[in-house]
Write a protein that binds this ligand. Structure first.
Ligand code: ADP
Ligand code: MG
Length: 247
């Protein structure tokens, strides 16, 4: 459904991405993994049209510009202004504002959708809390609820697992599995490696270019880890879970 062809992004002389090509099929749950500075956020921003690029990005064969409502984006937590005075409910309601138009009051259908989305991430009881007063994991769940309420076909999630609690991790993994079952496509960025990556359909290992693009077991090898993270990295390839951990 999404194709990226020969994508390059340059930040004033720094080549953040070079010749990146990849494709996502409908219903696929794909991990975009690589060290800090690998260009994961840059790739997501290029897909969203938030940064200039060379190359081609197509959603169902057409430009993303007129299909933006089909794509939900959960930004990296560090890129959100947490002092902004807005409740959890209104963050999720923002997903509907575009469809409704500003100033129109939401109907009961919209309210039900917002309510169901907050319920799915187990945040309904805290719906009136200002976003700045929630824990990191709770904030991440509210932003996932906003993405759910948008009812898109493609989800782009930038480091959703960073700085969160175990409960949030479990809720998010269960939602990702459900969405993928429903035929939704997911691209999940992560700089950390862990056992959860075995649940993904495919992993793309990125460090300015695509170093590997294969099933999780095939990508998580010592050779690939060292290629992406450097030869000083220690990894336990024989952990109980069968997945390597990068220290
Ligand atoms: P990742 O998300 O994998 O950590 P990023 O996409 O954030 O990587 O960054 C890739 C590279 O591009 C890094 O070297 C980073 O410093 C640089 N970079 C990212 N955003 C900008 C920007 N707005 N201006 C200049 N350089 C940037
Ligand atoms: Mg990033």
């Amino acid at each position: 459904m999404l194709t990226v062809q020969n994508l390059s992004v340059n930040y004033r002389g720094i080549e953040a991405l070079t010749g990146v090509s990849m494709a996502l099929r409908p219903g696929e749950w794909v991990g975009l993994i690589g060290p800090n500075g690998a260009g994961k956020s840059t790739l997501v921003k290029a897909i969203l049209g938030l940064t200039p690029y060379r190359g081609k990005i197509l959603l169902n064969g057409a430009s993303l510009k007129r299909q933006r409502s089909q794509v939900a984006y959960v930004p990296q937590r560090s890129q959100i202004d947490w002092d902004y005075p807005i409740t959890a409910w209104n963050v999720v309601m923002m997903a509907q504002t575009r469809a409704l138009g500003w100033g129109r009051s939401p109907g009961s259908k919209v309210k039900e959708l917002v309510s169901a989305s907050l319920d799915r991430v187990e945040m309904l009881p805290l719906k009136n809390r200002p976003i700045g007063q929630l824990s990191g994991g709770q904030q991440q769940r509210v932003f996932l609820a906003r993405a759910l309420a948008q009812q898109p076909n493609l989800f782009l999630l930038d480091e959703p697992f960073s700085g969160i609690d175990k409960k949030t991790e479990a809720i998010m993994l269960s939602i990702f599995a459900d969405l993928s079952q429903q035929g939704k496509t997911l691209l999940v960025c992560s700089h950390e490696w862990g056992e959860a990556l075995n649940r993904y359909d495919r992993l793309l290992l990125l460090n300015r270019r695509v170093l590997a693009d294969d099933a999780p077991q095939a990508v998580m090898t010592m050779e690939n880890i060292q290629q992406a993270y450097g030869t000083n990295v220690q990894a336990d390839l024989h952990s109980q879970t069968g997945a390597p951990f990068v220290y």
